[in-house]
Design a binder for this molecule. Structure first.
Ligand code: FAD
Length: 458
């Protein structure tokens, strides 16, 4: 009878979307929620995306941990859905399945030379300094003077900031030991952030821009010519964009105060925004490495959100030794049985209900596309949770008991997969914290899944 009243639900992915969806589902007095995660460790981009020098952003982990401690919630790491267990198998075992597996692919530039050594995605670079297992051996070559980041969003600014921050300021963060070592040897002095459009279209936010302007040891390079006529235009734009543009404009065109002027005069590093430039090709050097990026000069057509960059016909070569592309993410299809919009890179859905598949839901970046901060993902995930609970109440989900984890556990064990539980994760967590202690870091991340499993005796 208890079984009868216990809705068995599972969530795929343990990033903010997975944990916030689970949190909402647990409002149902009997629901049991299992969270499956392909990494041996939880929290998705909160662990592997958010920059190491923004520890306060990671406080959401406390809330997620509370959710995981609920007696009706379980975490099963080291289980890749689509490989170790399929979506139809999950749907068979549970009353409902929520897909919250994020957007793991980076968008390609689709230009010649993209495959040259010294070109990598910002995503991989971020994964490397944050200890994402698959990127732990990236070892970017920072022996060059100039790096170019293609893209002008917050991820691009994170990468620029990590490249330019004096390494001693990163010593007490959870950046990996290996990344810190490479950054200490870095010769990168200048970082360009290239955008197709202009100052009014940048995708980063004001907090991140302010941090760049105040970065110790680095000065901004902005071309006042890019800002001509902007003073009039900003009157019409919404307030957050207006404040952001005013800060850019002030930085580009006004004389800095004495303190800032002194700091910039003594700065050994610099960062600049290169507007109205669209990447055409990564230029190879005679030794087969990259030598720079060829950019098409653009101008803007259209107004408001519909503003597009069109090439003027002029070209410009920007020499550099490192190219990082940061032009966005997209989700992968997880299973042939799940509808997928490959153009938008999302699962087609109405308010989190997957189109044409009753009992299947989605939340987070795989639902909305890869934009928005953790707070946006929270709101969106609560909404999906709400829709699912409504459907449950309306009797739209399968009736009768479902086995839940018991059935999946049997499948996984027959396939030789050993899931990592939340208490296992807490052992790894304690180990990381202990390893960080000697050097004053909040933790030294374990980066090798084999080592993690060994530590757990798996
Ligand atoms: P994710 O966090 O990516 O979680 C998806 C999870 O699913 C991952 O753990 C993944 O391993 C797992 N998964 C994938 N495939 C499978 C599978 N087949 N089976 C099982 N599990 C699977 N937001 C902020 O508010 N502040 C910031 O400072 C900030 N910095 C960011 C920095 C970077 C570099 C990036 C990329 C994003 C940043 N964001 C930040 C945005 C924030 O990270 C996202 O809004 C949020 O993480 C999206 O949540 P999600 O759960 O949809 O995806």
């Amino acid at each position: 009878d208890i079984q009868e009243k216990t809705p068995q639900i599972c969530v795929v992915g343990s990033g903010p979307a997975g944990f916030y969806t689970a949190q909402h589902l647990l409002k149902h007095p009997q629901a049991h929620v299992d969270i499956y995660e392909k990494q041996p460790v939880p929290f998705g981009l909160v662990r592997f995306g958010v920059a190491p020098d923004h520890p306060e952003v990671k406080n959401v982990i406390n809330t997620f941990t509370q959710t995981a401690h609920s007696g009706r919630c379980a975490f099963w790491g080291n289980v890749e859905v689509g490989r170790d267990v399929t979506v139809p198998e999950l749907r068979e075992a549970y009353h409902a399945v929520v897909l919250s597996y994020g957007a793991e692919d980076h968008r390609a530039l689709e230009i010649p030379g993209e495959e040259l050594p010294g070109v990598c995605s910002a995503r991989a670079f971020v994964g490397w300094y944050n200890g994402l297992p698959e990127n732990r051996e990236l070892e970017p070559d920072l022996s060059c003077d100039t790096a170019v980041i293609l893209g002008q969003g917050n991820v691009a600014l994170d990468v620029a900031r990590i490249l330019l921050t004096p390494p001693e300021h990163l010593e007490r963060t959870d950046i990996t030991k290996a990344a810190l070592g490479v950054l200490r040897q870095s010769r990168v002095k200048t970082v360009w952030l290239v955008g197709r459009r202009g100052p009014l279209q940048v995708a980063f936010t004001i907090k991140e821009l302010r941090e760049m302007i105040q970065l110790p040891g680095a000065r901004p390079i902005l071309d006042p010519a890019d800002f001509l006529g902007l003073q009039d235009k900003i009157k019409e734009v919404p307030r957050p964009r207006k404040r952001l543009t005013e800060l850019l404009l002030r930085t580009a065109t006004e004389k800095p105060g004495p303190e800032e002027a002194a700091r910039w005069a003594s700065a050994s590093r610099a960062w600049g925004l290169r507007f109205f430039r669209s990447p055409q090709q990564v230029l190879p050097s005679p030794d087969g490495r990259r030598a720079g990026v060829r950019l098409a000069v653009t101008r803007l057509e259209g107004v408001g959100e519909a503003t597009r960059a069109v090439p003027t016909g002029d070209m410009e070569d920007l020499p550099c030794g490192l190219v990082l592309s940061s032009v966005g993410y997209k989700s992968r299809p997880v299973d042939p049985s799940v509808p997928f919009d490959s153009k938008l890179g999302v699962i087609p859905n109405v308010e989190g209900r997957v189109m044409d598949v009753p009992g299947l839901y989605c939340s987070g970046w795989v639902k909305r596309g890869p934009t928005g901060v953790i707070a946006t993902t929270m709101t969106d995930s609560f909404l999906t949770g709400q829709m699912l609970l409504q459907d449950l109440k309306a009797g739209l989900l399968p009736s009768g008991p479902r086995p839940g984890y018991a059935a999946i556990q049997a499948l996984l064990s027959s396939r030789g997969v050993r899931p990592v539980s939340f208490s296992d994760w807490e052992k790894l967590d304690a180990e990381e914290v202990a390893r960080g202690q000697g050097t004053g870091k909040p933790r030294e991340k374990l980066v090798d899944p084999q080592e993690m499993l060994r530590l757990l005796g798996h």
